[in-house]
Design a protein around this ligand. Structure first.
Ligand SMILES: [Zn+2]
Length: 254
């Protein structure tokens, strides 16, 4: 009986995560288009038909409709399903592995904000100020909830990565955007300066691999811009979860 109860709770937590992921999909679509993402009915972007609750069940609606609009048959991006499933999985994993409920919720909120930043940057090559501010607010809340980072480290973190990025942005036109700089100000306060460096390092590796692959496939020329936000977002979240251990591991070589 106890096992069944735990399973029901796990499914419930996953469902909440997936539902928040569904809302995130709406936000990622509407925010760059300056549409109201809090009010207003959901509608199909192709035929503008209003969607009813049975069209909006996270994960299941996409699968039952085979990734197409019920009304006009337009394709619904596979990404909607991936975002809902990954928010469900992230919610469940954080719930299972982080002992403090408050910290699990905070980390999940950080995950959602970073995912929205990454998706919007991939779509539009811009990072919304609102989402950077949201990350900054979560960073301030984290002073009380954790990760445990000294305030001095957080304050240095405001500038440790953002200032070098800003200088590179001025020197190399199009290398980074101001959105990346603001993102690393917020992330620096969240992670502290050591964690922010880890995040940047991971971001640069992912960006380098992605850029190399894209170049090899000749999808992008050497001068084309590509969104660095998703790389930084992954780096920030990995650093949030495992930055301490990665720094200890690195220092163990000296
Ligand atoms: Zn439609």
């Amino acid at each position: 009986m106890v096992t069944v109860a735990y399973t029901i709770i796990d499914v419930f937590v996953f469902a909440i995560g997936a539902t928040i992921g569904s809302f995130l999909n709406v936000l990622v679509y509407r925010l760059p288009r300056e549409l109201d993402f809090v009010r207003g009915f959901s509608f199909c972007p192709a035929c503008k038909h209003r969607l009813v609750p049975r069209d909006l069940v996270p994960i299941f609606s996409w699968i039952f409709l085979k990734g197409r609009c019920r009304y006009c048959g337009a394709k619904i991006s596979f990404r909607y399903l991936v975002v809902e499933a990954s928010c469900g999985a992230a919610g469940l994993l954080l719930y299972l592995f982080i002992p403090s409920p408050a910290q699990a919720i905070l980390f999940f909120a950080v995950f959602c904000v970073l995912l929205a930043i990454a998706l919007i940057d991939a779509d539009t090559q811009t990072i919304s100020d609102g989402l950077n501010i949201a990350l900054g607010v979560l960073a301030v809340v984290s002073i009380w909830i954790g990760p445990e980072v000294a305030l001095s480290s957080r304050l240095i973190g405001l500038a440790a990565v953002s200032v070098p990025l800003f200088v590179i942005m001025l020197l190399i036109n199009g290398a980074f955007g101001l959105g990346d700089v603001f993102l690393m100000i917020a992330a620096g306060f969240l992670l502290g300066w050591q964690g922010a460096l880890v995040a940047l390092f991971i971001g640069l590796i992912i960006g380098g691999v992605y850029g190399g692959v894209a170049l090899a496939r000749r999808k992008k020329g050497r001068k084309d811009h590509f969104a660095f936000g998703p790389c930084l977002a992954i780096g920030i979240f990995v650093s949030l979860l495992a930055g301490d251990r990665m720094i200890d591991w690195y220092l163990s070589f000296f």
